[in-house]
Design a binder for this molecule. Structure first.
Ligand code: SF4
Length: 616
């Protein structure tokens, strides 16, 4: 029997307690964020607002974390999302997760609200609440440095919020090791509300393993499979920025607030441009042979290069072709503690509103400059305005002027300013990430149905490229990106719905194990991961058990979402994604969600209203 422990911290009362994770939860939901979802749905009533002391924020690591299983040093954060009002989840790589695991605890459950700024320190089996008054107002870099200095320990790992989280920016992130982000769903703002500046962890223990010899074999097999994967090789060399070079022909890249899908500026923003710029150091998370990250020279230091999502949302989406500015903004936004996807989307909505004259703003004060446009004369440069975007980023983090409205997220900003609804590119209130849903029906269905809103981490889009195959669950070949075009005699809509359900279930269980989703993509079967899980837990789960755990988790979160007020009408995306793009790789396609959703619900065993059995 595997043991797992929970630290519970109540910031209102200042109490700290320790308990064992329920065996039944681990049985049903594996561990990590799966168990976190089980605890959260039991303990936080659906009507609880994200900014309510009764809301909990849970940091978790899964059974893989800290072991020899490759690509598995991630930690996961779960809470009520200030953007969606639903369960919000985010995860981050680096070394924080491994350090938390080595304290002997898999979960830190934080409830209540402190009266003054604090941080939580966990050193092996002991937790304490420390004063963070001197850190309040500081960026995430100075916060991390300040805690290390105070503790006199440079090896402690810190996850912290910046000014954006303190100011309750609804898409605030939680940063570790300067540039690793638990970015999505605004969970940094939950910490800010709780006056919790950071969590610092230091562990000297070992991750528990049931069968060392079996795990050694399973880990080696996974390493061999990853080493043989061409996709892993490509990620190792070029990382996610390669997407800027390779995905335009599919119309996958957002351009001009998702109004177009081609832009000549993309060429200056991808892996080729980074390579040309030079001075790159490779960098990876704990126990990762791929090391998909690169560090680039920025001033006197090396900083993490902007990943694909950042390059696309701050670059092509805002028509900014200046790589240097995006590298600088990446550092700035990480330090302020915000999600680069959401901020790119809300800035896109703002620029489009200004362009269309739908929003009054003092453009000079905001840093916009004029340019001469042939046959039109002098006019403000709205798109691609580097000084204005830089100023707006800081205003959002401080909630100054128009920044206060933008800090509410795209959906709320467009609604409160009575702007056309199609400016807001979101699903259930979460900003759509940088893979265009009109470019791939699997992406659209996935975004419309994931429990946390438009979220990209299951990555069905990669199936169009023969990546992310799962042969042992019947996904054994590349899938056509447009449902109606499947040429194998089956109805393409059925194939799309079936593949999305399978990918979501398989990936949800994998996330509960605690792995980096890229690792899951590089290995074209689930079984090798299952072997690792069985070696660690000493259990004998089958592939069916794995898939059922994933389905159970999605049902659990769906049932909670329904209690939060979600109906099938919410299983959609902003109206822009049902308007065809005239030119480019989307081929004027729009996703047939109305035809896909009934198939998806039926495959999940949900009723025609999208309700799992126990919610009807
Ligand atoms: S593939 Fe990249 S993100 Fe994933 S664990 Fe390795 S370095 Fe981290």
């Amino acid at each position: 029997m595997m043991h797992s422990k929970i630290f519970r911290v109540n910031l209102s009362s200042g109490t700290i307690s320790i308990e064992d994770t329920k065996q039944e939860d681990m049985e049903r939901y594996i561990g990590g964020q799966g168990v976190a979802a089980a605890m959260f749905t039991r303990e936080v009533p659906p009507s609880t607002d994200a900014f309510d002391p009764a809301n909990e924020i849970i940091f978790s690591v899964g059974p893989f974390c800290g072991t020899t299983v490759p690509l598995c040093g991630r930690h996961f954060v779960l809470s009520k999302s200030p953007l969606t009002g639903l369960i919000g989840e985010a995860s981050s790589g680096g070394f924080f997760g491994k350090e938390l695991k080595c304290t002997g605890f898999d979960h830190v459950v934080i409830a209540g609200k402190s009266a003054k700024p604090v941080y939580i320190l966990i050193r092996d089996g002991v937790a304490s609440i420390k004063d963070a008054s001197g850190l309040w107002g500081k960026g995430t870099r100075d916060t991390e440095a300040g805690i290390k200095k105070e503790l006199g320990d440079d090896t402690v790992k810190v996850a912290s919020i910046g000014p954006a989280g303190e100011n309750l920016v609804r898409f605030a992130s939680i940063m570790n090791e300067h540039d690793r982000a638990a970015g999505r769903c605004g969970l940094g703002a939950v910490m800010g509300f709780k006056m919790l500046k950071a969590i610092a962890v230091k562990g000297t223990g070992k991750a528990p393993v049931g069968n060392d010899a079996a795990l050694k074999d399973a880990s080696q097999k996974l390493r061999d499979l990853i080493k043989a994967s061409p996709q892993a090789g490509a990620y190792s060399s070029f990382g996610t920025p390669a997407g800027m070079d390779s995905m335009e022909s599919y119309g996958d890249i957002p351009v001009n607030n998702y109004r177009e899908s081609r832009w000549k500026g993309n060429k200056g923003l991808g892996a080729e441009a980074l390579a040309k710029r030079g001075e790159i150091k490779k960098h990876g998370c704990f126990n990762c042979p791929v090391a998909c990250t690169g560090l680039v020279k920025h001033g006197e230091e090396f900083v993490r290069w902007p990943e694909y999502e950042t390059l696309a949302m701050l670059g092509s989406n805002l028509l900014v072709g200046d790589l240097e500015s995006i590298i600088r903004w990446n550092v700035l936004i990480n330090d302020l503690g915000m999600d680069t996807v959401s901020i790119g989307a809300v800035l896109g909505a703002f620029l489009e509103a200004v362009e269309k004259g739908a929003l009054e703003a003092n453009l000079d004060e905001l840093g916009f400059t004029k340019e001469v446009i042939p046959e039109k004369g002098e006019a403000y440069k709205i798109w691609g305005s580097v000084p204005a975007i830089e100023k707006l980023v800081a205003m959002i983090a401080r909630r100054e002027g128009i920044g206060n409205d933008l800090a509410e997220g795209t959906k709320r900003f467009v609604k409160t300013r009575s702007l056309p609804a199609d400016l807001a590119t979101h699903g259930k209130g979460l900003e759509v990430p940088a893979h265009e849903p009109r470019a791939c029906d699997m992406t659209a269905l996935d975004y419309a149905t994931t429990p946390r809103g438009a979220y990209h981490c299951y990555m069905p889009v990669h199936l169009i490229l023969n990546m992310n195959l799962k042969k042992d669950i019947g996904i054994d070949k590349a899938i056509d990106r447009f449902s109606a075009n499947t040429a194998d005699g089956k109805n393409g809509l059925d194939v799309t719905a079936e593949v999305v359900v399978k990918v979501q279930n398989a990936a949800e269980a994998y996330s509960a194990c605690g792995g980096c989703i890229f690792g899951f993509e590089f290995v074209s079967e689930v079984t090798p991961w299952l072997a690792a899980l069985n070696a660690i837990t000493g259990k004998d789960r089958t592939l069916d058990d794995w898939m059922h755990a994933g389905q159970r988790l999605i049902d659990l979160k769906r049932a909670y979402s329904i209690k939060c007020g979600i109906t099938k009408a919410d299983d959609t995306l902003g109206p822009r994604f049902f308007q065809a793009i005239a030119k480019g790789g989307t081929k004027q396609h729009v996703p047939p969600l109305d035809q896909l959703l009934p198939r998806y619900y039926a495959l999940r065993g949900w009723d025609p209203e999208g309700r799992p059995p126990d919610t009807i």
